[in-house]
Design a protein around this ligand. Structure first.
Ligand SMILES: Cc1ncc(COP(=O)(O)O)c(C=O)c1O
Length: 410
């Protein structure tokens, strides 16, 4: 809470993030030499591919360390426009429709900042990666959550989206593959959502940060590829290099939009927030998007191995109902409240707290929304042996209160 003498400020309603708090705790334990399982946050453990690192070296040696064009270096904007057309099916996208940002996180900040006026409502899934709602609120917007349900494979329900529309609704936000549930929206659902947006004249903000982290037989589809040409000016597509190329520390993402209004507004926000993404990171991104893509398939096959280890460990536990993710790298598990009493905890947040105390990272449902208190998320983006060992430790902690409460080792 802010000091009482200080006038309310929009930032006072923004948290520092529950997952960040858990992460700091585990990092501290790790630094003190304790065994930890980093199942709390989504940071791909893989090394950046050599050709991407070489591009950084080369650009640095060539003196490409000066101010760069605000919306991105021309070479990268061109490559990304081609990628958006070829891979995402976003018809007619040109260099001018691409805006480089400091990761997809900053893309969300910029997109909502450029789009929203105070009081504008945005419909979003509940649960949802917290920072989406925070960025909507930072821009003065109001979040309207639509619950995702296990019975529906955590797909965003078009009928419920339509029912949530009010005269103040400006945009529908969607995320596929989804964090935290690992759900993937089918083409049919995407078409229905696009149709709702068209009929109600709403914007579509599509977060596709996990477009490449998807498991057979599921396929990623960009909603922007399914809308008629006249609607494409009301679509904002957001992408990231963090997950596709395991380079989250290089902080590179981008917005694709054909909206003339946003083409005017976005560069202003970019200029005033970053004045261009780090030049070396952009040369790295160019090498990533134009170079050898084989690392991706290797990463995905390792993610499958980790996913299966975690899901099979969790599936054996009474009162824990994991959803097998179809994309991204998180296992979302609904919890039967009976498990709290059995384990001697008050709720999922308390359970997550106790797990952190014995070195097992997680994120409780409450970190992601208002309708998912009885759920917990485990990330499997840390190294495969850590995920496998962590899954076993988790199984013991969730079945034996003595292990969970640190009276017996896992
Ligand atoms: C759904 C979603 N969107 C966007 C991001 C932001 O990614 P970055 O800023 O690293 O590109 C994340 C990160 O975890 C995410 O889960």
């Amino acid at each position: 809470m802010p000091p009482s003498a200080v006038a309310p400020h929009p930032l006072d309603d923004i948290s520092l993030g529950l997952i960040v708090v858990i992460r700091e705790r585990l990092l501290k334990a790790q630094a003190a030499g304790k065994k930890v399982y980093r199942l709390e946050s989504g940071d791909p453990n893989f090394s950046v591919a050599p050709h991407i690192l070489e591009a950084v070296d080369k650009a640095g040696a060539a003196g490409k360390t000066h101010y760069i064009p605000n919306s991105g270096i021309p070479e990268l904007r061109k490559a990304l426009a081609e990628k958006a057309v070829r891979k995402n099916g976003l018809a007619g996208v040109t260099d001018e429709d691409i805006f480089l940002t400091n990761g997809a996180m900053h893309a969300l900040y910029v997109a909502f900042g450029a789009l929203l006026s105070p009081g504008d409502e945005v419909i979003l899934p509940d649960p949802m990666w917290t920072e989406v709602g925070e960025n909507i609120r930072l821009a003065g917007g109001v979040t309207v959550g639509v619950p995702l349900k296990a019975a529906n494979d955590f797909e965003y329900d078009p009928a419920e989206i339509e029912a949530a529309i009010t005269p103040r609704t400006v945009a529908i936000f969607l995320n596929t593959p989804q964090n935290p549930t690992g759900a993937v929206l089918s083409e049919q659902t995407l078409r229905e959502i696009a149709d709702i947006a068209r009929r109600h004249d709403l914007w579509l903000v599509s977060d596709e940060a996990y477009e490449d982290v998807i498991y057979e037989p599921h396929k990623h589809q960009s909603i922007g590829s399914l809308v008629p040409l006249e609607q494409s000016e009301k679509v904002i597509s957001i992408f990231s290099f963090s997950k596709s190329y395991a380079m989250p520390g290089l902080r590179t993402g981008y917005i694709v939009t054909k909206s003339p209004l946003l083409r005017d507004r976005i560069p202003k926000l970019l200029r005033c927030t970053i004045n261009g993404v780090n030049s070396l990171a952009q040369w790295a991104a160019l090498a990533a998007v134009t170079g050898d893509q084989s690392q991706l398939a290797q990463m995905v096959s390792e993610y499958v191995e980790r996913r299966d280890a975690l899901v099979s460990a969790l599936s054996t536990i009474d009162g824990v109902r994991p959803f097998t993710p179809r994309g991204a790298f998180y296992v979302w598990a609904d919890l039967d409240p009976a498990i709290y009493e059995r384990l001697g905890v008050t709720d999922a947040a308390d359970l997550s707290d106790k797990l952190a105390a014995i070195g097992i990272g997680s994120a409780p449902g409450v970190a992601f929304g208002t309708t998912c208190d009885d759920a917990i998320r485990f990330a499997y983006s840390c190294a495969t042996p850590m995920v496998k060992e962590g899954a076993e430790a988790l199984k013991k902690a969730l079945t034996d209160p003595d292990v969970l409460h640190g009276r017996k080792s896992a």
